[in-house]
Design a binder for this molecule. Structure first.
Ligand code: NAP
Length: 311
């Protein structure tokens, strides 16, 4: 039988929330281990330039920023491992976490597994992601000053992204697969009444055009009613077809909301299980920013420290 490795704090996830929790927990002598997961560094590692993270007035790339977070956590003794948690058992303390058949246990767990932007699944989308294709207007909209952008989706996120992008872009085209939006009425109306926005109804993206060198140059759009395709030029495309929180291993274990985000107590990172804390996008579908995730990672480490003191 494998030996169980006991830690004071286990952190699951390595985006801004997980690694900030690691910095604070390590400085608090909690000897944390961070399981970095499938995408070490989290969603920022698939963006290019980050211009809105405070402290970097000249901007920094997402991967570089996350390397700095990791280095800072390691400096205080956090152990960061490129491993993926496959199973948890939170039915009693100490809580158990498995990485394949390695077993770890701890009285305090910080979940920071984030969310994943849903994408269309096209090969060209994968290639040009970060080179004109983005899933975050707040992060990348600024790069499209006086340019033309497409927004794919028909929910509140797509409306929000389209409206935000009108601050920079000269033209915004919403590409939606049906003939009506799912978004709330107020958001729908704002989009439909905005002079810079036009909607391509019953339309899907069939392929993106461009290369890493040229960046995105356009898209092939298909009319779902007639089946006809045409080329539309654009400088950027924002995919806003929803996010999926990375909570599949916590289903039926921790309280999740209807959209499967982890529920935390208001003003705290405490979940419904004592000693289990959640921070970052896995519990926040509203702000979803690196800086807000980092802030909530800090709160989770402080909440965990306080909790361990009370045991
Ligand atoms: P959502 O409501 O699930 O909308 C996703 C949109 O993307 C839908 O219009 C859907 O089309 C489309 N879509 C999904 N898969 C697609 C695909 N493969 N190809 C093309 N289009 C696709 O997601 P969301 O907009 O991110 O919102 C999530 C939740 O957060 C909602 O409850 C929303 O109200 C809330 N939210 C609120 C605000 C706000 O109040 N300010 C802002 C953002 C989000 P169909 O309509 O055809 O299914």
């Amino acid at each position: 039988m494998n030996e169980t490795m006991k830690r004071k704090v286990i952190i699951i996830g390595s985006g801004p929330a997980g690694l900030t929790a690691a910095i604070y927990a390590a400085r608090g002598n909690l000897n944390p281990i961070v399981f970095e997961g499938n995408q070490p560094g989290g969603q920022l590692t698939i963006t290019t330039e980050v211009e809105n993270y405070p402290g970097f007035p000249k901007g920094i790339t997402g991967p570089e920023l996350m390397d700095l977070f990791r280095e800072q956590a390691q400096r205080f003794g956090a152990e960061t491992v490129f491993k993926n948690v496959t199973k948890v058992d939170f039915s009693k303390r100490p809580y158990k976490v498995w990485v394949g058949d390695e077993e770890y246990s701890s009285d305090a767990i910080i979940i920071a597994t984030g969310a994943t932007a849903r994408l269309l699944g096209l090969e060209s989308e994968k290639e040009l992601f970060g080179y004109g294709i983005s899933a975050c207007a707040t992060c990348d909209g600024f790069f499209y000053k006086d340019k033309k952008v497409l927004v794919v989706g028909g929910g509140d996120s797509a409306m929000e992204e389209a409206l935000f992008l009108t601050k920079f872009a000269s033209e915004v085209r919403v590409v939606h697969r049906r003939d009506e939006f799912r978004a709330s009425q107020i958001m729908r109306e704002r989009v439909l009444n905005h002079p810079k926005i036009k909607v391509h109804w019953n339309t899907v993206v069939e392929e993106f055009l461009g290369s890493k060198e040229s960046g995105l140059t356009g898209a092939i759009l298909k009319d779902t009613k007639t089946g006809t395709t045409r080329e539309e030029s654009c400088d950027g495309t924002f995919i806003a077809i929803g996010h999926t929180p990375n909570t599949s291993i916590f289903e039926d274990i921790i309280e999740l909301d209807d959209n499967k985000y982890i529920v935390t107590n208001p003003g705290s990172t405490q979940t419904n299980l004592p000693g289990v804390f959640a921070s970052g996008d896995v519990q926040d579908h509203k702000y979803r920013q690196a800086v807000t995730a980092a802030g909530s990672g800090c709160s989770a480490a402080l909440d965990a420290e306080h909790y361990l003191e009370t045991l």
